[in-house]
Design a protein around this ligand. Structure first.
Ligand SMILES: [Zn+2]
Ligand SMILES: [Zn+2]
Length: 150
């Protein structure tokens, strides 16, 4: 895979939280590059396009606030996690629980992450343009949903 030639040191662990701070979590690397999703569900869930990284479920650690987290089954295949106190849109996971996708904006910067591509661009709204030069896929594309193995 290309894209590993960045000069910064990637952190081994990323931490994040919701807006109120009630929900806190940790991700253990390596991390998947960011997918920008422009589908209707993400737009309605978050209010905009959604930037997600992902790790296998055994590299996701819930530090606090599990009791505040609520899950909404948004389709046959997936559910979306949000904080019941402040409403932050935080997590997306397939119903087979094979991974946890995490909203990149909830992660404390610097993240060392970068956008890899845009998906479901055929469904995007008309108020913005995509002009960062990254690959665009009309649908889910064919990227690997998990980060590369160590
Ligand atoms: Zn919260
Ligand atoms: Zn989406």
């Amino acid at each position: 895979m290309s894209g590993s030639d960045q000069t910064f040191d990637r952190p081994d662990t990323l931490r994040g939280r919701c807006l109120c701070g009630g929900v806190g979590f940790e991700l253990l690397g390596p991390f998947r590059p960011i997918s920008m999703c422009h589908c209707r569900q993400c737009a309605q869930w978050s209010g905009n396009q959604v930037a997600m990284t992902a790790v296998p479920l055994d590299r996701f650690v819930m530090n606090r606030g599990a009791e505040l987290l609520r899950w909404y089954r948004s389709s046959e295949e997936a559910e979306r996690g949000f904080c019941s106190t402040c409403g932050s849109s935080l997590f997306w996971r397939p119903t087979d629980r094979s991974r946890m996708s995490v909203a990149a904006g909830a992660i404390d910067p610097p993240t060392g992450l970068a956008i890899a591509h845009h998906i479901f661009v055929a469904d995007k709204s008309d108020y913005y343009t995509i002009d960062d030069g990254n690959p665009c896929h009309a649908d889910a594309g064919d990227f690997s949903p998990l980060p590369p193995a160590e």
